[in-house]
Design a protein around this ligand. Sequence first.
Ligand code: ZN
Ligand code: ZN
Length: 150
Amino acid sequence: MNIQLEIGTQRRLSIIYDFSPTKAQKNIYDVAVATLFKLEKERFMEEKRFTKIDEEFLCDNCGNKVEKLGYTSRDHCPKCLYSKHVDINPGDRAESCHGLLEPIGVDLQNKKGYMIVYRCQKCGAIRKNVSARDDDMKKIIKLSANPLSY
Ligand SMILES: [Zn+2]
Ligand SMILES: [Zn+2]
């Protein structure tokens, strides 16, 4: 049995079978391909992240001077975990709201590491940021106990 996957011009994956799959087999492969496609899309998004802006800033919530992160875009204060509603896509600084993002919980389900869940105090938008290496662990743990309701 041999299966080939092909990424088409529309960035869609399709399966090329060199045998006649049963309906049940086809269902299984369809799910597998959907998963692969999701991962492929994530990789694509990851590449786009290289446009991220990494800069130091003063935290609007606690006044902490936040240093550059170095390995990716710094998007929240490691001390109080607050962030600002400034990105449409991670790190692009293209959002005009600029409201304060209040940490309301932690999403542990993400493959990239846990994410801090935010609600914008100005527009109410829900946002998620990947936690940074130097985040205050005690605050993260405390937040992770919050039931997520968004
Ligand atoms: Zn802060
Ligand atoms: Zn906002």
